[in-house]
Unconditional design. Sequence first.
Length: 333
Amino acid sequence: MSVDVSPLPFFARRGFPPEVSLLAIITLAATVTCLIGGLFPRDPAYTTEWLNFVLSGIGLGMTATLLKLGPATPRGLLPAFAATITILTGVLVSQGVNEGGIMLTGFGFTWTGVYSAVFFERRMVRLQALLIALSFGAGILIADVPRTLIMWPIVAVTVWIAAVTLGDLSERLRSQAVTDSLTGLLNRQGFAVAAEREHSIAGRTGAALSLAVIDLDGFKLINDRYGHVAGDRLLRELADSWRAVMRTQDLLARHGGDEFVIAMPGTTAAEATPLLRRLAEVHDASWTHGCVDWDPDESLSTCMSRADRLLYESKRARRQDEPRRRSRFSKAN
């Protein structure tokens, strides 16, 4: 999501995405909880002390991994860690010796349930909710504590309804937050989040990363002559045409007005020429671009400023070397 919900400045300053920072906090909280349970067992204990120490070690390892990877954390690792927390919570439930201990441990399922609903896609939310139900049910059966089986359908149904409902709402909000409503491409905020993630990965791996800024030629004239409806139609046509020939790893966004931006992982500015040529070939709209390599220690705004300078240098050179070109757009388009 585009809203930074990181509760600690530590994560925000280091460019951690909210989903990574919050999962790190969840794993750390689970680690501390298990450690306290091992050091200060309740009487009667609802889990064995050694199990608390084992689980706190696993939690500490997950927390350290997230802190080390930071913004470069692979997307697939997040649901894997959330599933691990869910399963380990079920293991704790299985060691319960009374109703209170089992119910108290069961509250841990809400961590991964809410987290999954906020950050994962709809299918993954349903899988996590199902895993929570199965883990809690298995834990109760193994614990075999009288009068606790009734807890399972209550918790399972509650978690399922809450997770699915919140997940559907979160998915709609995420889409609205990062998507341009006119073209369906990433918007400025969505591009910034995705591009910063690619930049972090490139910095860690040494892979190339280039960025191109595209500005349509004569777009204001199109709006003035044919109306904004025609201008909007052109933007949608371009977005659809370009999206069809883009590589899966490339990030294409409408950055505002008639300006588009592309981040190309694993590609230098020189190597980006074939892709930009394909964009020019699939639609006859005229545009000018500036393309640069995104340096590892450079901010997104600085990189875009360099690309903008190249773009406007190209525009000035074109105006000096050629007569003013007429827009290729016509009412027939």
